[in-house]
Write a protein that binds this ligand. Sequence first.
Ligand code: PEP
Length: 252
Amino acid sequence: MRKKIVAGNWKMNNNLLETKELVNDINEAITNLPLENTRVIISPSYINLLTALELSKNTPIEVAAQNMHQASSGAFTGEVSADMLQSIGIKTVLIGHSERREYFNETDEILAEKLDTVLANNLEAIFCFGEKLEERKKDNHLLEVGNQLRNALFHLKAADFKNIILAYEPVWAIGTGETASPEQAQEMHVFVRNIISKRFGAEVGENVSILYGGSVKPANAKEIFSKKDVDGGLIGGASLKAADFAAIIKAI
Ligand code: PEP
């Protein structure tokens, strides 16, 4: 059975004190939820990862990083390596978020390298992809997503998918309040699962968790999560409020 996953992307929000408060509040808000088949992940900024890890010890909360550099070390001022993340106890990293693609020029080629580095360091990736509004309007969304997946993932081996979670995030739905309809999400998730199955085998396709991200809120989470191929969510804005994040987790 595929794992259900609700992952929060905190982006560049929350200082040290706010991080402490939010981790504690989320933990309190989810204590009585049945989470046997559900993973709960938060991703604070680099600087607060260690604090979040310490506070979430012995809780159901896992802590992920929002990014990392593809090189293992060297002259890359301001960057953070896989080894650095691993050395403090991080196991999961977001790769390819649309904001990284757009504002930091992360191309499919760079993302393919990042995935190699993630896997070489025994980390797990939440690999994000999705079409822009123009592509959706031109009905090119499947083509675009297919290309993003081919370019970044097709050099991998089937066994690598033990450490890969996929996250479909239509760019037009991120932080805009506009959500893909449950049917649009399901259409894309089936398409993605088929691509993965064809390339890496039916078992890999069947077992890979595919999250939906884009303005998921307590009010729409249940409907989106009810779709067969939607295995959870990547949550931005609503992951910054413990009650909303807990309500989304409850909806899964
Ligand atoms: C995100 O940034 O990954 C995201 C889905 O944001 P939001 O939920 O705010 O749309």
